[in-house]
Ligand binder design. Structure first.
Ligand SMILES: Nc1ncnc2c1ncn2[C@@H]1O[C@H](COP(=O)(O)OP(=O)(O)O)[C@@H](O)[C@H]1O
Ligand SMILES: [Mg+2]
Length: 256
């Protein structure tokens, strides 16, 4: 049964999509079967994997609004060992259309249920808010992985997100775990990146991964050509960091 991990942070531009792509690529590189789910109407995950999703008529949106849809029909094989459930701007309507749906927070969980046996890991790339789509991700997930940009003010968003996780656990998904907090865009040679990670560790202790992702222009270069960093620059430090993260995730979750 695939372990479902939501990558969430209501702040935009913190590395959710980049981490979904590169962690997914690292897990697939290890021979695991990976599904990545684009749950952001901006569709950066789909684009980042080289998929032009605008004209697709079968996306995650269709699975959410029509529970009778065959989930497998929306799957796109994007790499060896990695499939994508794509999104496009249609998904923007879901946030409103689904408000009156029955069990509106569990639609993604139900949609993914038939797919779970096919994969070892399912990674959900959330959008930059804590709206209904993100609640669906947290309801479907076994764990949430939180990218934390190593910049001032990042911790405030984290506190709000962790409160949301607590509320989701109480009402919707008692088994939801925090897989960990991943420092991203860490700028070496500056005091404040170090300070932000230090504060995160003081507040959230063990939940902050020892691994963090340094700032590098290579990430944007890779996604501009529809590739993961593991493909674009396989020996780059950032690619190795995501491989190391994959090992931690495999260690923590593959027995479950
Ligand atoms: N470690 C990093 N160093 C430098 N730039 C990064 C890094 N990770 C991501 N980026 C870039 O920062 C931007 C935002 O990242 P993204 O993953 O799209 O964030 P989110 O999904 O949280 O909005 C993108 O242009 C991406 O290429
Ligand atoms: Mg994103």
């Amino acid at each position: 049964m695939g372990v479902i991990i939501a990558l969430a942070n209501q702040k935009g531009g913190v590395g959710k999509t980049t981490s979904t792509i590169n962690l997914g690529a690292a897990l697939a590189e290890r021979g695991l079967r990976v599904l990545v789910v684009d749950l952001d109407p901006q569709a950066a995950l789909s684009h980042g994997l080289g998929i032009q999703a605008e004209d697709l008529s079968n996306t995650i949106y269709n699975l959410l609004v029509d529970p009778d849809q065959d989930a497998a029909k929306a799957l796109l094989p994007v790499r060896s060992g990695m499939d994508l459930l794509p999104a496009n701007i249609d998904l923007a309507a879901a946030e409103i259309e689904l408000v009156s749906a029955l069990s509106r927070e569990s639609l993604l969980k139900d949609a993914l249920a038939p797919l779970r046996p096919r994969y070892d890991f399912i990674l959900i790339d959330c959008g930059p808010n804590l709206g209904l789509l993100t609640l669906n991700a947290l309801t479907a997930a076994d764990a949430v992985l939180i990218p934390l940009q190593c910049e001032y003010f990042a911790l405030r968003a984290l506190t709000i997100l962790l409160k949301t996780v607590t509320r989701v656990r109480a009402r919707l998904n008692p088994n939801l775990e925090v897989a960990g907090i991943l420092g991203t865009m860490y700028q070496t040679g500056t005091r404040h990146a170090e300070e932000v990670l230090g504060q995160a560790r003081a507040l959230f202790g063990q939940r902050v991964f020892d691994i963090y992702i340094k700032k590098s222009i290579r990430f944007a270069e890779a996604s501009a050509v529809g590739k993961s960093l593991l493909e674009y620059a396989p020996d780059h430090e950032g690619a190795h960091a995501y491989r190391a993260l994959a090992e931690v995730i495999i260690h923590d979750y593959s027995q479950k």
